[in-house]
Design a binder for this molecule. Sequence first.
Ligand code: ADP
Length: 264
Amino acid sequence: GRRYHLKYELTQYNGDNILLLCFDNTQLETLRTTQQDFVANVSHELRTPLTVLSGFLETLKDLPPEAISAEQRQHFESLMQEQTSRMLAIVSDLLTLSTLESTKLGDQPPVAIQSLIEQARAQTEALSSQQHSFHWDINQDLTITGNATELSSAITNLLTNAVRYTPSGGTISVFWGVNEQNEAVFSVTDSGLGIAPSDIPRVTERFYRVDKSRSRASGGTGLGLAITKHIAIRHNAKLQIKSKLNKGSTFSLVFPQENIASNL
Ligand code: ADP
């Protein structure tokens, strides 16, 4: 089922001789369709909140002031605020992604990952608002050469997802330490929705969501894992996903031994 894009050029030379050139444009075409898909996706993602917003504005414009109560007006305003924040989040994630793709990570200082996890911890537990039980096994003073801001957002993304995709009453276990191969591992295991085998390779694609409405409702932009994967690649790390549908998932960032700056 593989499709090839070939381009032929017929040239005549030497009077009678004909030269037929064949170009394999398959890669170029794949890139073109990927870009077209991406532009279509972005447009769609932004159009949805814009449509809602413009609908509300239209309604409010035509209403005489006394037609709705102050309470109803506030309700409209907060819905419009929500859509605006949504668009800002999408645009800001897209800019992050584009910076990650177009720049190189130069020499980096050692980063104490444990303190980054500690910082993300408060935020994660606040988001969960006591709906999950947490286990933090993170007392490992390893430092990794890397960019603290990027590593911090990768950590936050995985923790946020665990909270979002684990129903109330579930468990979230966080680990930071060394595995048997002496690689440094940050992992988040949840007892949540899990992901079907066919979806696992796709969740790091931009805007790919297993359940669109659930992800949108929880405030996701659909770009978190794409960003996290890029950050991992820039740090020579791997983003590993193990998951069982309806059982839960483990997302791990695995850093090679060479990136361990110190074992304090
Ligand atoms: P978002 O969460 O904003 O939709 P992400 O890129 O972070 O975007 O994740 C993409 C999709 O992967 C999510 O929509 C969800 O379907 C799935 N996913 C991510 N993390 C988990 C998890 N811990 N458990 C189950 N599904 C997940």
